[in-house]
Ligand binder design. Sequence first.
Ligand code: HH2
Length: 272
Amino acid sequence: MRVIAPLEQRFPRPSVMGVINVTPDSFSDGGVHFRPEDAIAAGRRMVEEGAAIVDVGGESTRPGSVGVTAEEELQRVVPVLEGLRGLPVSIDTAKAEVARVAVDELGAVLVNDVTALRADPELAGVVASSAAYLCLMHMQGEPRTMQLDPRYEDVVSEVAAFLEERLDFAVAAGVPEERICLDPGIGFGKTVEHNLELLRRLDELAALGRPVLVGVSRKSTLGRLLGDPDARTGTTAASVAAAVLAFERGASILRVHDVREHVEALTVAAAL
Ligand code: HH2
């Protein structure tokens, strides 16, 4: 097995992950980066602006979305990964075949799986046999139906128990623990109040002992907090506020659409 640095060394707190959705239908930037040349230019700019990694995804997981085939996902992400070769890139996928091509052939260094290795039984093996880092995210239900009626007794302890179980599963499948980070999955089968509770008590997830990744950027919870009950997105300013406080409560990696603003705010937050 190749020796690679523990995730916390490679991505020290706070690190910014820039989001590139190569999709026509993502909730906040759908269509913006659908042409490979636009996605590649955006990825390069994000790295120049200070992103530690750029997360490339070819399938939207927004509430109500139905998913695409591996062929379609590959058609979307391969040209972008080719164009970003040499830069730090992660692949946002739940499919083993997409992850394999991204990591083994196109240099992706992290697999970001919003299903936490539950969707594709082959994915754990692909990650284990590579030198890639892994993000395990919590989701209640599936994107098509997850926002219909999410319920928890205590959202924080349930998410923590889930992440601990998926961490054990990944390690048992051969992925070294020091390559894994955990993510509460803001907006994935959660009400506004569930999302806020997870962010307020993020220290309880950090206490699991692995770096925590948080993706709250532009999510509808932020727009709803600002007074629009039907908001589908949130503003950049609201995203930055949430990211800074998530960092203060223990988040290591912030997954964001507006890289420059987050890098500036987090640099100041870290200095304070
Ligand atoms: N959120 C989205 C997608 N992938 N991955 C992780 N680890 N954490 C997140 O919070 C997360 C994620 C949804 O946001 P986005 O990629 O902007 O939209 P879409 O899923 O519609 O493409």
